[in-house]
Design a protein around this ligand. Structure first.
Ligand SMILES: OC[C@H]1NNC[C@@H](O)[C@@H]1O
Length: 445
């Protein structure tokens, strides 16, 4: 058996807009995802988060599932529109749901890990410029301060942002996510303001003297050249800079990759969002780095590509329902690279999991493919630990099937199946497999 260390944190993760529902309850205002999902053509089959998994009302049953699973921590996000529903209005009572949730988690012996921002920006802030506007940085700090003052003594682990790459590139550059804009200048500005708001919030956390730990979660994708040809190796370097170093370097080294700045100049005519002192704020020391890993990228040189001169080629591994290659070696390579290039920063895998075409058969869901996926990735994490890697914990994405953004409810990532007709929860075989891993604190060789 491959044993994990004593005290290793096993968890599951969700996010507010993806599971809560109750979008009109508790004084919640509209988010950019309410607007985006209710815009025809943006989300598969017109799906939206109005009900989602109804976690807002069913959280006690869901916590019982977590307790039976045996996890030691649950990662979830707070919906900013519940606290700042409209311009000029702070609604601290909007936190009542989270206070109930957190107290119930603590009573169940489960450590709350709170993501402050997981993409559901209040619509009124987007109307004021959203992440393209530097004003949003100070609004995020104000929002964070409310959370810290109301929940700071209860919550031991804080994540400022989830995947700022997605929030900026998909939301402002490619238009695939809310707010659905296709403007590279806004995308670069949004990325900078997301990072800047992270830095200010870390500084605030220190100023308030709170005793927990704070970090940021980045979606990281190791990049491999399609061949050993020098032009493919150079293409992989460019993709790595765009996919990973764009966020890793400012947060952990206090500087953007020089080549990225040159490319930004070429593509959008300058990085006008950066002001003196910004990078020092962004690189405020963090207690951990949250890593979301799903798959790798394989790229070849392609001069026809205007942005980076790269072309993605499919890896040779099996695919998940998201058409992502199953490549567990990429997790080991990624963790090793972080240790090599960024030092021994403590790491949590804050998301890892897979979507498969799950079917209920006789009241069960035999998701052997997801068990295989998780077993391979747990083994990759274990290999990193065996080599002295500073890995603190592992949060499986996701506790339950939920709203998978532009794919709506058509993609199932949960270890618990959700029947969207009845909202009944059905633990999948992977839930029971994970339960045993946690009990053994080990995986089979
Ligand atoms: O695509 C699966 C997950 N990836 N990271 C962010 C989450 O919100 C997604 O559901």
């Amino acid at each position: 058996m491959r044993k994990f260390p004593e005290g290793f944190i096993w968890g599951t993760a969700t996010a507010s807009y993806q599971v809560e529902g109750a979008t009109r309850e508790g004084g919640r205002g509209r988010s950019i995802w309410d607007t985006f999902a209710h815009t025809p053509g943006k989300v598969a089959q017109g799906h939206h988060g109005d009900v989602a998994c109804d976690h807002y009302h069913r959280y006690l049953d869901d916590i019982q599932l977590m307790k039976d699973l045996g996890i030691s921590s649950y990662r979830f996000s707070i919906a900013w529109p519940r606290v700042m529903p409209e311009k000029g209005r702070v609604w601290v009572k909007g936190l009542d749901f989270y206070k109930r949730l957190i107290h119930a988690l603590l009573e169940a012996g489960i450590r709350p890990a709170v993501t402050i921002y997981h993409w559901d920006l209040p619509q009124w802030i987007e109307d004021d410029g959203g992440w393209n506007s530097r004003e949003t940085v100070s609004r995020f700090r104000e929002y964070s301060e409310i959370l810290f003052r109301e929940l700071g003594d209860l919550v031991p682990m804080w994540i400022t942002h989830n995947e700022p790459w997605c929030a900026s590139i998909l939301g402002y550059g490619l238009g695939a996510h809310a707010p659905g804009l296709c403007d590279w200048r806004r995308a670069y500005r949004a990325a900078h303001h997301l990072l800047l708001s992270h830095g200010h919030t870390v500084r605030l956390y220190r100023e308030l003297g709170l005793k927990g730990e704070i970090g940021i979660t980045l979606n990281l994708t190791p990049v491999y050249p399609a061949s050993s040809r020098p032009e493919d190796v150079a293409a992989a370097h460019r993709q790595d800079m765009f996919q990973n170093r764009w966020f890793l370097d400012p947060v952990l080294k206090g500087a953007y990759p020089e080549e990225l700045l040159r490319r930004v100049d070429a593509v959008v005519g300058g990085f006008d969002a950066v002001q003196p002192g910004d990078l020092e704020v962004i690189s405020a020391p963090i207690d951990f780095l949250g890593v979301n890993y799903y798959s790798r990228a394989v790229v070849a040189d392609d001069p026809a590509d205007p942005l980076l001169g790269v072309r993605h080629v499919p890896g040779e591994g099996p695919r998940t329902e998201m058409d992502w290659e199953v490549y567990p070696e990429g997790l080991y390579d990624l963790l090793s690279r972080l240790r090599r290039d960024y030092g021994d920063v403590p790491i949590y895998i804050t998301e890892n999991g897979a979507a498969y075409d799950d079917r209920v058969e006789g009241g069960s869901v035999h998701d052997t493919n997801r068990i295989e996926y998780l077993a391979l990735h747990f083994a990759a994490a274990h290999r990193f630990l065996e080599e002295g890697g500073n890995l603190r914990g592992y949060y499986v994405w996701s506790l339950m099937d939920n709203f998978e953004w532009a794919f709506g409810y058509t993609k199932r990532f949960g270890i618990v199946y959700v029947d969207y007709e009845t909202l009944a929860r059905i633990p999948k075989d992977s839930y029971f497999w994970y339960q045993q891993v946690i009990r053994d604190r080990a995986i089979a060789p």
